[in-house]
Design a protein around this ligand. Structure first.
Ligand SMILES: CC(C)(COP(=O)(O)OP(=O)(O)OC[C@H]1O[C@@H](n2cnc3c(N)ncnc32)[C@H](O)[C@@H]1OP(=O)(O)O)[C@@H](O)C(=O)NCCC(=O)NCCS
Length: 205
């Protein structure tokens, strides 16, 4: 892999860019303090914008090339609407895991599918990941659809594997993943672009 970090990415409706501490007020107001957004997540609503600010300060300071964490900004109106990252990056395995969330006001418009499609393109075509993992609560239909539409295949369900932080209720967790060959096969199907020969494994061998 050739790590390139949180490079600015663009989609028809979104700009994906690095986080800034000054995003705190907008992120807090738009989703980071909303229990409906955090319902299935591994963190709880911030409660105080100072928590958001401290978090975003750390993100702004993370300049490591293996750090992939974008703020999603709607081009129309220049509004900060969400968050998408590739975390748990394992260098030797060339594997990472996607995670994302977005303000409720923008759900159901295909925006996270658009963001994840571009992040996957970047991961496979520019950075050289071999595999991207995704997990979601089985009952989180929106997230399930986003991953499905972006080509992350169903690989199994871990029964009652996660206890929701706000309600203590245990939920099943679905495991998904997309391999580089899956990605390029999908792409080839849609626009005839072949996998580049200088892929990560080729370089390593
Ligand atoms: C998950 C989330 C990012 C989806 O973002 P989004 O921009 O609304 O997703 P998209 O519009 O690209 O696609 C969502 C799809 O799920 C469907 N969907 C969403 N919620 C649904 C529900 N409760 N029941 C059935 N379908 C649902 C939408 O209709 C759409 O389907 P379609 O494209 O087949 O019509 C957003 O709901 C969110 O931020 N949720 C809270 C945080 C979260 O759960 N993050 C993921 C943790 S794994």
């Amino acid at each position: 892999m050739e790590h390139k970090g949180t490079k600015r990415l663009e989609t028809p409706r979104l700009i994906l860019r690095a986080w800034r501490e000054s995003d705190a007020g907008e992120a807090f107001a738009n989703w980071m303090n909303d229990p409906e957004v955090t319902k299935y997540l591994t963190w709880t609503p911030h409660g105080d914008v100072a928590i958001t600010r401290a978090l975003l300060k750390a993100r702004e300071e993370c300049k490591r090339p293996e750090c992939y964490h974008w703020a999603a900004v709607l081009r129309e109106g220049d509004v900060l609407i969400g968050d998408i990252e590739v975390r748990a990056v394992d260098e030797y395995q060339a594997v990472g895991a996607v995670a994302y969330c977005m303000g409720r006001a923008w759900w159901g418009r295909g925006l996270m599918t658009e963001a994840l499609t571009e992040v996957l393109r970047y991961c496979f075509e520019e950075v050289g990941f071999y595999r991207i993992n995704g997990v979601h609560a089985a009952e989180n239909i929106g997230s399930s659809r986003v991953m499905e539409k972006c080509g992350l295949l169903y690989e199994g369900t871990r029964r009652k594997a996660y206890r929701l932080l706000l309600t203590d209720r245990r939920v099943d967790i679905v495991e998904r993943g997309i391999l580089r060959e899956d990605y390029f096969a999908r792409r080839k199907g849609s626009d005839q672009t072949a996998e580049p020969v200088s892929s990560a494994d080729t370089r390593r061998n």
